[in-house]
Design a protein around this ligand. Structure first.
Ligand code: FMN
Length: 481
């Protein structure tokens, strides 16, 4: 079972040596984000850690970033499983979804601030691309609701702080938060919205799943948690929010009022466009006593955002392909951790059963999820080892025969630099499927048979050559040699 609260998770992460506390006072307008940028730009993934800024100038609330998505080890700690069981755990949670339960009193409402007392500068909301961003923004789980069905959605939508009591969320057309907003606005009603900061890791990791409209990520969070997520009614808006969260911000999307959002550093690695977005009036801030503020590090990849989006969606997609879309032929799925979410590269391992089966699976993935590239390989390839995938691309991929191009794809946010036009209007994107499965019997691998390799390993040790751990790539090859 994953941790019920963010605090439990942070303690576990600290025990694993994956969290560092920084006690020196920091200026939220540049220091935390700039330090996090060094971590993601300079440190190899396995050396990264969550950053806990204990002392943020101008507020009593500490700031944490990079903890859930420092690397795949941190993500596995969040789910309380071994790293190689992450896909399986996500699959199980999708299969066994558990709807939330309603509670009457909640940790997240130990302190309630409403009306004239609401001030967003009370929270340590950072500037994430200092020197370039127009101002601070919140990056966390955003809850909205469909007026007609009452079904809630949670996704992460960057939310620009406009002033002490209003924000501009990046609810882009085509996204589910935007769809939900329209169900209220279309009827002339003010739409409720809430931000959930520092909830159970299950909530955070489920929130970035690309589920169909109408599926509530909170049910998957319950599946991850192994019990229903406890939800409480928000104090000032008609929404349910996770009771054990550190901080909740509540607000109302104003009718007919928009403002320009941005520019901000974007996940694709460039400063993003400035577009009109709805304006929200903040109606309440509620929190636990002595709360911890959590903000995701995103912007230039690789980042926390790419790590969590890739890992969550790989597990979700694998389960859906195998169990809901009739493709048990697919044995594993990995999304490159350096560019998660929209526009990413998915690598899928499968056992093709008939001619062009692998192309069909590649097309299904491209059509269903917002990845930009899909590479399909046989199940004798370690899809987490890019040297092995590169080998398959060279040895088993014939570009003219094995490529599928998919044109006229709308990526629902105007932020793919490769298709952005000079007028900043979104133009259509495209997708590619590379089928790098073997189409003929190519014979055996050009390695000595397994017995000889085993004897050679004994010899290696006898001579006293440097010790090594056998990579999965080598095991897969030697087993078939
Ligand atoms: C740190 C971070 C920031 C994100 N910012 C945005 C954003 O501003 N707008 C957006 O549409 N998606 C953003 N995403 C991606 C969405 O949260 C993600 O695709 C989610 O599945 C969308 O939910 P939906 O499918 O329910 O709309 C962000 C993700 C992360 C982790």
């Amino acid at each position: 079972m994953t941790h019920r609260t963010m605090r439990d998770f942070l303690s576990a992460l600290e025990q694993h040596g994956l969290l560092r506390r920084i006690s020196r006072p920091v200026d939220r307008m540049w220091e935390p984000a700039a330090l996090a940028k060094w971590m993601y730009q300079a440190l190899p993934a396995e050396q990264r850690f969550g950053m806990y800024f204990e002392n943020v100038k101008g507020t009593t609330i500490p700031l944490v970033t990079g903890a859930l998505g420092a690397n795949s080890a941190a993500y596995a700690v969040a789910l309380d499983v071994e790293e190689d069981r992450v896909n399986e755990t996500l699959g199980k949670a999708c299969r066994n979804r558990i709807p939330p339960k309603v509670v009457e009193s909640a940790l997240c409402q130990e302190v309630v601030i409403t009306g004239a007392d609401v001030r967003l500068s009370y929270l340590p909301i950072p500037v994430w691309t200092p020197g370039k961003d127009v101002g601070p923004y919140i990056t966390t789980n955003t809850v909205t609701k469909d007026y007609d069905t009452g079904i809630q959605n949670v996704g992460v939508y960057r939310t620009m702080v406009r002033d002490e009591t209003s924000v501009i969320p990046n609810l882009a057309p085509g996204r589910q938060g935007h769809q939900n907003m329209l169900t209220w606005i279309g009827k002339g009603k003010v739409a409720p919205i809430a931000w959930v900061i520092g909830a159970s890791p299950a909530v955070h990791l489920a929130a970035v799943a690309n589920l169909p409209y109408g599926a509530d990520e909170m049910d998957v969070a319950g599946g991850l948690l192994g019990e229903p997520v406890a939800m409480v009614k928000a104090k000032t808006v008609d929404l349910m929010v996770p009771a054990d969260a550190e901080i909740i911000i509540e607000g109302e999307i104003l009718l007919g009022e928009t403002a320009m959002e941005g520019p901000f550093g974007e996940f694709a690695g460039y400063m993003g466009p400035v577009d009109p977005r709805p304006v929200v009036r903040i109606t309440a801030i509620t929190h636990r006593r002595d709360p911890v503020f959590y903000g995701y590090t995103s912007q230039m990849p690789p980042s926390e955002s790419t790590t969590i989006q890739s890992m969550t969606n790989a597990g979700v997609m694998l389960q859906a392909l195998r169990e809901e879309m009739g493709e048990p032929s697919v044995s594993d799925l990995y999304i490159d951790l350096t560019f998660g979410g929209l526009l990413a590269h998915a690598v899928v391992a499968m056992k093709p059963g008939y001619p062009a089966h692998s192309k069909k699976v590649g097309r299904m993935i491209a059509a269903t999820w917002p990845v930009k590239r899909v590479t399909v390989v046989d199940d004798d390839v370690d899809i987490r080892d890019h040297t092995h995938v590169e080998w398959a691309m060279n040895a088993r991929f014939n570009p003219v025969r094995d490529t599928v191009l998919i044109d006229d794809v709308y990526f629902p946010i105007n932020m793919d630099p490769s298709v952005r036009s000079l007028t900043s209007q979104s133009t259509m994107g495209s997708k590619i499927v590379c089928d790098a499965t073997l189409k003929v019997d190519a014979g055996t691998f050009s390695l000595p048979p397994k017995e000889i390799m085993a004897k050679a390993l004994d010899l290696w040790k006898e001579i006293g050559l440097p010790e090594f751990e056998i990579p999965k790539r080598a095991k897969l090859r030697i087993d078939r040699s």
